[in-house]
Design a protein around this ligand. Structure first.
Ligand code: AMP
Length: 198
């Protein structure tokens, strides 16, 4: 069974972590617009230069750019997509619906990782410290100051998607504050598949 899902939730909610698990366990394809934009930045493309500043300020890049990125990836094909960090605006949600329909695909669920805002800041600080200790580059937008702006962007522009997907009947909610394995189990249950052999 091929399923296409969106992971929703504020920055630091654990979308990337859960997406990577789904890739490993089910062979799904993770489409993270944040990762795509960071790759564009580090390869120095025109688009990368264009978005670097916006990202460092914790703001959203234009709908046009991210929709273009997602379109390209969908055209490459794959077995079940996990949209991670996309859509982030109502316009992106509409565009995704159209793209999927054009390709004869549909969305199976939009899973919200429900988290406590205060705990998020602590998670972000931890993520930055872990990267430092591992000698990996630290994301410029993983500072408490920029994080506050990212959270504001989330509530202003992305949180309305919860109502959008509630209305379409696709919204599922899981406890993003639970341990990583428990969150994964709740996601599997929300998808109606208790095991990895979906
Ligand atoms: P993320 O890794 O998902 O937290 O994304 C990092 C940054 O990339 C965000 O703060 C935005 O500046 C940008 N970004 C990622 N995905 C999107 C999107 N779907 N729409 C607009 N901006 C995005």
């Amino acid at each position: 069974m091929t399923i296409n899902i969106i992971l929703l939730g504020p920055p630091g909610a654990g979308k990337g972590t859960q997406a990577r698990r789904l890739v490993e366990e089910r062979g799904m394809v993770q489409l993270s617009t944040g990762d795509m934009l960071r790759a564009a930045r580090s390869s120095g493309t025109e688009m990368g230069k264009l978005v670097a500043d916006v990202m460092d300020r914790g703001q959203l890049v234009t709908d046009e750019i991210v929709i273009g990125l997602i379109r390209e990836k969908l055209e490459e094909g794959g077995k079940g997509f996990i949209f991670d960090g996309f859509p982030r605006t109502l316009a992106q949600a509409d565009a995704l619906g159209k793209l999927l329909a054009e390709m004869g695909m549909k969305l199976d669920a939009a899973i919200e990782l429900k988290v406590d805002d205060e705990a998020l800041v602590a998670r972000i600080v931890k993520r930055a410290e872990e990267s430092l200790a591992a000698g990996e580059p630290v994301r410029k937008d993983d500072t408490p100051e920029v994080f506050a702006d990212r959270l504001r962007e989330y509530y202003k522009k992305t949180a309305p998607l919860l109502g959008y997907y509630y209305a379409t009947g696709d919204l599922r909610q899981v406890d993003g504050m639970a341990a990583m394995d428990e969150v994964a189990a709740q996601i599997a249950a929300a998808l109606g598949t208790e095991t990895a052999q979906a």
